[in-house]
Design a protein around this ligand. Sequence first.
Ligand SMILES: Nc1c(C(=O)O)ncn1[C@@H]1O[C@H](COP(=O)(O)O)[C@@H](O)[C@H]1O
Length: 160
Amino acid sequence: MTVGVIMGSSSDWPTMKHACDMLDHFGVAYEKKVVSAHRTPGMMVDYARNAKSDGIDVIIAGAGGAAHLPGMVASLTNVPVIGIPIESKALQGMDSLLSIVQMPGGIPVATTAIGKAGSKNAGILAARMLAVNSPELYEKLDDYQKSLEDKVEEMQNDLN
Ligand SMILES: Nc1c(C(=O)O)ncn1[C@@H]1O[C@H](COP(=O)(O)O)[C@@H](O)[C@H]1O
């Protein structure tokens, strides 16, 4: 059970880190790599074509601007791809979002929100996908959900 975390540039890491933090939290194994559809197209094709045989069950792909990486990877494998739109400087990530979310029918990418929260959710979503075959992981996700309830209760207590 391994997640492949890929990103178009190391400059995406401050955002992508939040997905990895969640995978760490749930004890899900992952590998992380810089792979770019634009700068390393050959490497991207090899990565996506070999993902299944390399034991990768879910791919989390983050990219910013003309964010073609998640969609291109999804076109080359049937391993599910979660796309994270990185918050770009010029257009605040709207360019990344629209590049990732508007896939043509037939090649799905599960697109998250822009930036940090999206990245965090990508990590949780990958864990939820893997939990289909792991009661132990499902239990950890239940515990996490419960911890969110506890946090809200604390918030309420702070208000009182
Ligand atoms: N969107 C893509 C792809 C791709 O989609 O293949 N490769 C790099 N990039 C993005 O370019 C932005 C700027 O990269 P640099 O900071 O390296 O100049 C990054 O957000 C990266 O994801």
